[in-house]
Every structure is written in C-alpha cells, then in structure tokens.
Design a binder for this molecule. Structure first.
Ligand SMILES: NC(=O)c1ccc[n+]([C@@H]2O[C@H](COP(=O)([O-])OP(=O)(O)OC[C@H]3O[C@@H](n4cnc5c(N)ncnc54)[C@H](OP(=O)(O)O)[C@@H]3O)[C@@H](O)[C@H]2O)c1
Length: 337
C-alpha cells in the first residue's frame, strides 16, 4: 500500500512517499480502506518531533484524522461490518472515563501510525461510524479538532442556552467551537487577526467579532458584548499572549478551556484573577470515544457540516502542510486519498 511516512530521521525533509505491505486484520481488528484525511496544527509539529518530548518510533505515518470504509473484519468483530464508513479515534486507548497516561498516549499520527496510508488496521474499539450526510472530506475532519471543541463545551462544561462563549481564531478547532456553541444556544464572540475571516465567522453563526491584531487589548472590547458580565466559557487557543486577556474577559466562576498555545507555551498571566474570580482552568486533550460517539450523534441529528477550506491530493501532503502553516485557511485542510 501507499503511505506517507517520516522515514529514518525526524524533520520535514524526511517526510516521504513510500510503500508498505498491506496489513491484515487479526482477531478483534478491522481493515479500513482510507478515503480522506485532514490536517491539524499538531501535524505540523510531529515531523519536528512533536512538542519537544515526542518519542514515537520511525518510520511513522503522520496525521491523526481521516475516514475510510471497512473492507475486512477479523474474528470476533461485532462493532462494525464490511461496508461501514468509520473514523479512527484520535486516542486509540481512551474509551471513556477519566484520562490516565495509558489512555492518553495511544494517539494516531504519533506515536501510533496515522491516516496517510491507503489501508489502516485498527482495533474495532478504536473506530466510530461517520454520519451519513457528510462527504468523505467532511467526515475526515471530525476525530481531533471537532472532538476537542465538543469535549471543551459539552463533556467538561454544561453550556446553557444564552451562555456567552469566546472563541479564539478561525482555525479547525475554533470553527467547530462556534458551530457547537450555537447548537447549544450560546452567544458567541470570535477573535481573529483578519476582518475578512471575522465576516465569514459571523456568516457561520458567530454573534460578535473582534480583530485581535488591531485590538490587542481585546478584553476591554468584550465588556460591552457581555454587558459587563464576562464570558461563561472561553476556548483558549492562543496561550501565552491570549491568556492574560482571557482572564480579564471571563466571568467569575467561568470556565477557561486550555487547548492550544499558538502564541507561546509559557505562563505569564495575572494568576491572582484565577483565584479572585474563581476561574475553572480545564486542560483538554481531544477526548474519549464516548464523547466522539455523542458528538457524531449531534452532528448527524443537526445535519452539521464542517467547514472545509481546501482539499489536496494524497501526494500533495507537503503542499497541504505548507498551506496550513501559512495561516491563510478558514476551516479545515483535507487530503483526498
Ligand atoms: N488540546 C487539544 O486536544 C488540541 C486539539 C486540537 C488542537 N489543539 C491546539 O489548538 C490550536 C489550534 O489548532 P487548529 O488545528 O485548530 O489550528 P489551525 O486550524 O491551524 O488554526 C490556527 C488559527 O488560530 C488562530 N491564531 C493563531 N495565533 C493566534 C493568537 N495568537 N491568538 C488567537 N488566535 C490565533 C489563527 O486564526 P486567525 O487567522 O483567524 O487569526 C489561525 O488561523 C493549536 O495550538 C493546536 O495545537 C489542541
């Protein structure tokens, strides 16, 4: 089968097209013919050895997200059958319950082989059926970015209609957060570096927008939007530069979901505000299969459609990665197998 793999050393230069023998499903496993994949910011970091502490073995097939058709099942498989369209779970070892090190370390696209392969062989426990109304590219966007937004807003919070939510940027996680927050009846503010992207976010359902490039002290500008009350939930994707603003914009008792560190990983924030405002800081690392299945039901029930910016061919993975890195995208960048 055709694969893309980080070959014999770390670094983008070692990411290459290659072939591997076709895998065969063992007991409890399913063989999936992959149809599409999608890129996350994380996939840009993995070839350079992830977040600095990544210890996967090489060669490694990158990308965590994708969708495919089950073409063969091993002995004892009951969860899915040949012909089903499934997405692999980002965390292959986390079905439900509280996270622990074992559950959090079996992730696709590093250290486990990912979705840039014609065929994937996975445990039946590590796949979830995809909603029927979605195209392959749309379904391929769901395992990481969408579940991360869902975990933040649904699994680890209980947003009520009328809640105020702030979302940072207009990338993959951010647009799913806008869509899910609107589904839950929340009022949504988006911050972006681009007025054009803010207009598109509003067309997607966002109620208010602030340009964080022209208004770096954006917390002040949010006071009017929330009537001075502050946000019930902030989807924190910026990290170092945005957290100080978020702590000024959150309401007392509000939840700050720590998801991304796009502007830097160090903590330089007024921590006293966490105490005096009794802020709940909730780290998120994608989510478990139970959450993924609940999210799939919601996506199917409401006919929600992921926002796709651009689709590249399988052989154009590096071009797709360069495009994602440029930050020009609005929504997801996908690969058609
Ligand atoms: N913890 C988890 O489970 C988890 C899961 C998925 C992703 N993440 C993390 O979440 C972040 C976003 O991932 P993604 O895949 O959605 O990325 P993405 O699609 O590449 O989106 C990046 C977008 O973030 C915005 N942005 C960049 N710098 C910013 C800043 N300083 N302040 C506010 N917004 C900023 C930009 O939006 P504008 O162009 O509109 O300014 C940019 O387009 C990454 O750090 C990623 O590692 C974490």
């Amino acid at each position: 089968m055709r694969v893309f793999q980080i070959q014999d050393d770390w670094g983008m230069d070692h990411l290459q097209l290659a072939t591997r023998p076709d895998p065969r499903p063992g007991p409890g496993e399913v063989l999936i013919r992959m149809k599409a994949a999608s890129l996350n910011y994380r996939d840009l970091l993995v070839p350079g050895r992830g977040y600095g502490s990544f210890t996967g073995n090489l060669p490694l097939i990158p990308l965590s997200d994708g969708v495919g058709e089950v073409v063969e099942t091993g002995a004892g498989v009951t969860r899915v059958k040949a012909g089903d369209r499934v997405c692999p779970c980002f965390h292959q070892g986390w079905i439900a319950g509280a996270p622990d090190l074992e559950r959090l370390t079996q992730t696709l696209g590093g250290p486990r082989d990912g979705t840039m392969a014609d065929l994937m062989c996975l445990s039946q426990e590590g796949v979830v059926k995809a909603p029927a109304h979605l195209s392959d590219e749309e379904a391929a966007t769901l395992p990481c970015a969408a579940l991360t937004a869902w975990s933040a807003l649904v699994t680890y919070d209980a947003l009520a209609p009328g809640s105020r939510v702030l979302v940072q940027g207009t990338g993959g996680v951010a647009l799913f957060a806008i869509q899910f927050a609107k589904l839950l009846g929340a009022h949504v503010t988006v911050i972006s570096s681009s007025d054009a992207k803010l207009a598109r976010a509003k067309a997607l359902g966002a109620d208010a927008g602030i340009n964080y490039a022209t208004t770096p002290e954006w917390a002040k500008a949010t006071r009017e939007i929330t009537g001075g009350r502050g946000y019930d939930h902030i989807v924190e994707l910026g990290g170092e530069k945005t957290l100080p603003q978020s702590l000024r914009a959150i309401r007392p008792g509000g939840t700050l979901s720590m998801i991304g560190v796009l502007s830097g990983p160090s903590l330089a924030a007024p921590l006293g505000l966490v105490v005096t405002r009794q802020v709940r800081l909730q780290g998120i690392t994608v989510g478990h299969r139970d959450g993924f299945e609940a999210m799939m039901r919601a996506v199917g029930e409401h006919g929600l459609r992921p926002v796709i910016d651009r689709v590249f061919g399988f052989a154009a993975l590096k071009e797709a990665m360069a495009y994602l890195k440029s930050g020009a995208h609005f929504g997801k960048v996908c690969i058609r197998h």
